[in-house]
Design a binder for this molecule. Structure first.
Ligand code: ADP
Length: 409
C-alpha cells in the first residue's frame, strides 16, 4: 500500500488475505535536506538518513529496504500487487480500479481539481510502475465512495454551466475511511452492509462527515475540495463566501486567501495557538478562552451536521466517530452529541470517557435508539483489501517472515 504526498511516501506491506501488516514505514523530506527513511519491522525501527532527490529514488529505497537483511522479502517479485491511495477520481471512478494508461490519463486530468494531491499520487504510481512493471497496480480513490451522492446533494446553486464546463460540484473526500467505518458499524450492529443508515464523522487533521443510506454515501461535508464543511485543524470549513470578496477589497490576493482558508483557519485560527486538539483540550482546561471557543465551534459544527444528516436520512441506525480526534477526544464527542436525545442519541458518559486509544465500541446507553460508536479507521487495510480483491487471489507471504507482525497505527 502506497500513499504518496508531495514530499513523502508512506508504505505498508500486507500479508493477504489476513490483512496482517508485515512491515511499514515512510520516506520524508524528498528533494529537501534531511531526507530520511523510517522502516518498522517486527520490534525494530530503522532510520536511514540519505539524500533522496525524487520519488523515483524514494521508491527505489523503499523496495531495497523491503528486500534488505532486516526485512521480510527475498525479492520484490514476491509483492503480488500494489495499492495506491489517489485523492481525486472526479466523476469517473466509482470504485477502485487496476491502473492502466487510461486511468493514469484520467488521474492527470483530475489534477486540476486536486492540484496538491493528484500530481504526487501520480508520481508514486509512475515510480512504482517503473520499479515493478509486471505487478498489478490498483488505484483507490478518496472520492469514489461518494460517487453515489445524488445530483440534488452534489449540485451547487451556481450557474449550471460551471458544472458542465469545469466539473464544479461536490465530490467529497475521506471516502475510504467513511466506507470502512460504515461497514464496520453494520457488522457491530449485526446488520447487512447494504442495510445500514448512519452518519460517519472522520475527525483528524482534516475533518468530514458523511450521511450513509443503505451502505452508500448520499451526502458529505467536503465539497469540490477538502475545504468545505466541518472546522478542521487549519481549514475553516463552511463560511460565507462573500468574506473572500470583502478581504479581496482589503488587499488580500489569491495566494493570501488560499493560505488563510487552508492553513491559518480552523482550530489554529480560532485559538491563535495550535491545531492540535490535545493541546487545545489542555489549554481550555486551564481556562484559556480562545482554546475553549475553538473547541466549542468545532463541536457545534459537527452537531449541526448530525442534525442536517438526520433530516436527510430519516432513519439513523448509528453515528460513528473516527480519526485521531474522533477516536480519542471524549470531550469533543460529548460536545458534538450534546442535547441530541430528541434525535435518539443518548451518550453514556462512562463509556464515552473510556473510549480512547483506538478502542472500538458503543458510547451510548443500552436504550439509546441511535447507537453511537467509536470505530478506529484503517484506510490502509481498506486499500489493501480492495487491492487484493481486484488483483485476484495471490500469494503475498514473504518467504523469510516468521509470521505477520501486528503493528498498531
Ligand atoms: P490525519 O488526519 O493527519 O491522519 P489524525 O487522524 O492522526 O490525523 O488526527 C490528528 C488529530 O487527532 C490532532 O488534532 C490530534 O490532536 C488529535 N488527537 C490525537 N490523539 C488525541 C488525544 N488523545 N486526545 C485528543 N485529540 C487527539
Amino acid at each position: 500500500m502506497i500513499n504518496c504526498g508531495s514530499s513523502s511516501i508512506k508504505y505498508q506491506l500486507y500479508q493477504m488475505p489476513e490483512k496482517a501488516v508485515i512491515c511499514k514505514g515512510f520516506v520524508e523530506r524528498i528533494g529537501e535536506s534531511g531526507a530520511a527513511l523510517r522502516h518498522q519491522y517486527r520490534d525494530d525501527t530503522t532510520c536511514l538518513q540519505c539524500e533522496i532527490a525524487d520519488h523515483q529514488q524514494g521508491m527505489a529505497l523503499i523496495l531495497d529496504t523491503l528486500v534488505g537483511a532486516e526485512s521480510p522479502l527475498d525479492d520484490v517479485t514476491e509483492i503480488g500487487a500494489v495499492g495506491h491511495r489517489v485523492v481525486h477520481g472526479g466523476e469517473e471512478f466509482t470504485g477502485s480500479v487496476t491502473i492502466t494508461d487510461r486511468v493514469i490519463a484520467s488521474i492527470e486530468r483530475f489534477a486540476n481539481l486536486a492540484p496538491l494531491h493528484n500530481p504526487p499520487n501520480l508520481t508514486g504510481i509512475r515510480a512504482a510502475k517503473g520499479k515493478l512493471p509486471d505487478t498489478p497496480q490498483i488505484a483507490c480513490f478518496d472520492t469514489s465512495f461518494h460517487a453515489t451522492i445524488p445530483e440534488v446533494a452534489y449540485t451547487y446553486a451556481l450557474p449550471y454551466d460551471l458544472y458542465e464546463r469545469f466539473g464544479i460540484r461536490r465530490y467529497g473526500f475521506h471516502g475510504t475511511s467513511h466506507r470502512y467505518v460504515a461497514r464496520r458499524a453494520a457488522k457491530l450492529l449485526g446488520m447487512d452492509k447494504h442495510e445500514i443508515n448512519c452518519i460517519t464523522a472522520h475527525l483528524g487533521n482534516g475533518c468530514s462527515i458523511t450521511a450513509v443510506r443503505n451502505g452508500r454515501s448520499v451526502d458529505t461535508s467536503m465539497g469540490l475540495t477538502p475545504l468545505e464543511g466541518l472546522v478542521m485543524g487549519t481549514r475553516s470549513g463552511d463560511f460565507d463566501p462573500a468574506i473572500l470578496f470583502h478581504l479581496a477589497d482589503r488587499g488580500y490576493d489569491m495566494a493570501a486567501l488560499n493560505k488563510l482558508c487552508n492553513k491559518q483557519s480552523g482550530l489554529l485560527g480560532l485559538s491563535g495557538e495550535s491545531n492540535d486538539m490535545r493541546t487545545l483540550t489542555e489549554m481550555a482546561a486551564d481556562g484559556n478562552r480562545r482554546a475553549q471557543l475553538a473547541m466549542d465551534v468545532f463541536c457545534y459544527r459537527i452537531r449541526k451536521y448530525i442534525g442536517m444528516y438526520s433530516a436527510v436520512l430519516g432513519r439513523v441506525d448509528a453515528v460513528v466517530f473516527t480519526g485521531g480526534i474522533g477516536e480519542n477526544a471524549a470531550d469533543v464527542r460529548a460536545g458534538a452529541c450534546r442535547d441530541l436525545e430528541y434525535l435518539g442519541i443518548a451518550l453514556d458518559t462512562d463509556l464515552n470517557g473510556r473510549a480512547v486509544g483506538r478502542r472500538e465500541g458503543p458510547i451510548t446507553t443500552p436504550d439509546s435508539r441511535v447507537k453511537t460508536l467509536v470505530i478506529p479507521t484503517d484506510e490502509e487495510a481498506a486499500i489493501a483489501a480492495d487491492t487484493y480483491k481486484i488483483a485476484g487471489k495471490m500469494e503475498m507471504v514473504p518467504s523469510r517472515a516468521e509470521g505477520p507482525v501486528s503493528l498498531a497505527g
